[in-house]
Design a protein around this ligand. Structure first.
Ligand code: PLP
Length: 457
């Protein structure tokens, strides 16, 4: 029968591995992939030539290798790029992380008494100060913060969470407010309509089952035209009169006045939300705040203490690396009179770079690359965006290199740049490849120069 004949034709593992001696990936991974490919062929009962099998293994190893977490150059002009790791951290923040991580530290140790202590005391005080809050806590991400808050506040008889129909949003891949609510055991009580929700809508939906009122930042879109929602202080008054907690999920969490930067609209800050009467605010650590992935909760001392006592808190708490990075980021906000110029919050430095400087860099890159065969290089003014579901209406002026070729399609150039080490991620606009310099660090310019020169090969 065909089966035994074809199986005999499969090369042995030893043979196959010998041919893969030069592979750069760790040997156990090469062996595992080779074994997988052979097993697949055996299952399908098909025979292939040795070269074809070796090349199938090789291809799978390349697929695996490209998924290895590695630095890339973000030339997309999207500052908080969710696919590219959101906010990058500064060298100074990482120096402090490394210092704590490579040594023992006082993570849960009280140095004065020499006894067991709490995590993050200093960090929480700093965050609370920045947010104008009585207290604060940090967890794994903003989604976790929301689940924790819902689990804590929606329990027993009170399980209903009131949310406007205009705020039942999806953020990025798979984060949907109604699903998050359901998964935390709360019951969604929708009020109003997509475009209009009034104070009366909220008032009418309050019942003995109401656990909290949740306001959600729309984040990645905006509504214009025939729209209405109650002003926040009025909603806060209603909540306080009815003794119902009011929680605002701010999403991006800017701790600076975004409208001080030309091109950016005003983003509601945690401080503003609490001043206007929210009991708790939640936001991400790695969006406009410019820190590591985290979910920050700030507000009433009593509620924060309750949250930290939840058994679930343990499941979503931050590890020492994140706490160290958050602490360094918080400190740079606290100590810098002008966080933009501090050079410690990498994101803010990129946001505030002047277009003159970007243009200067573009000229210098072009003159360093010189002429390349069949490639036409230039630069022009362009726009950068915040991304990450923040400030969808805003853009920052920027400068982008343009790369055209008579012989190559834009898509081919783009993918050649992605194959560069480190990979360079650009974009196509008007059938031309653009490399936006606002998201490229100045020290990466030499890498861009080398990659552009290599396009000629
Ligand atoms: C981004 C966002 C989240 C999710 O934050 P993560 O830190 O990614 O979990 C939650 N709510 C809103 C409104 C957001 O914009």
């Amino acid at each position: 029968m065909g089966k035994s004949v074809s199986l005999r034709k499969l090369p042995s593992m030893t043979q196959l591995l010998e041919s893969l001696e030069k592979e750069s990936l760790p040997r156990p991974l090469v062996v595992a992939v080779a074994r997988d490919v052979l097993a697949g062929l055996r299952r399908k009962k098909t025979a292939s030539g040795f070269a074809a099998i070796a090349s199938a293994v090789h291809e799978q190893l390349r697929v695996l290798e490209q998924s290895r977490l590695q630095p890339v150059i973000n030339a997309t002009g999207v500052l908080i790029h969710t696919n590219l790791g959101r906010a990058p951290l500064s060298k100074e923040v990482m120096r402090q992380v490394a210092e704590c991580a490579t040594q023992y530290n006082n993570l849960e140790f009280e140095l004065t008494g020499g006894t067991r202590g709490q995590r993050g005391g200093y960090l929480e005080a700093g965050l609370a100060t920045l947010c104008g809050a009585e207290a604060s806590a940090a967890v794994n991400n903003c989604a976790a913060a929301l689940v924790l808050v819902l689990r804590h506040l929606a329990s027993g008889e009170k399980t209903e969470v009131i949310v406007s129909r205009g705020e039942l949003v999806q953020i990025g891949g798979g984060f949907r407010i109604p699903d998050i609510l359901e998964s935390s055991g709360a019951r969604l009580r929708e009020v109003g309509t997509t475009n209009k929700t009034s104070l009366i809508d909220y008032a009418r939906s309050i019942s003995p089952k109401t656990a909290l009122i949740l306001k959600v930042h729309r984040s990645n879109f905006f509504m214009e035209g025939f729209v209405e929602s109650p002003v926040f202080p009025e909603l806060a008054q209603l909540a306080s009169r009815k003794k119902i907690p009011l929680v605002e999920d701010l999403g991006s969490g800017a701790l600076f006045r975004t409208d001080c930067i030309s091109g950016l609209e005003a983003e509601r800050t945690p401080d503003q939300s609490l001043k206007e009467g929210a009991d708790l605010v939640l936001f991400s650590g790695d969006k406009l705040f410019g820190g590591p992935q985290a979910g920050i909760i700030a507000g009433s001392r009593r509620m924060i203490a309750g949250l930290k006592n939840e058994p679930f808190f343990r499941a979503v708490r931050c590890d020492k690396l994140v706490l160290a990075a958050l602490q360094a980021t918080v400190e740079s906000y606290l100590t810098a009179p002008e966080p933009f110029k501090a050079g410690q919050v990498q994101l803010l430095e990129m946001i505030s770079a002047s277009t003159d400087v970007l243009e200067e860099r573009a000229r210098s890159i072009l003159s360093n690359v010189g002429r390349i065969k069949e490639i036409e290089l230039g630069f022009e003014s362009s726009q950068a965006r915040l991304g990450g579901g923040t400030l969808p209406r805003s853009s920052l002026p920027s400068v982008a290199l343009s790369v055209r070729s008579a012989g190559k399609k834009a898509g081919e150039i783009l993918s050649a740049l992605r194959r560069n080490r480190p990979p360079i991620i650009g974009y196509i606009h008007r059938e031309c490849v653009f490399l936006n310099l606002r998201t490229v660090f100045p020290e990466q310019d030499v890498l861009l120069i080398a990659a552009l020169k290599a396009l000629a090969d």
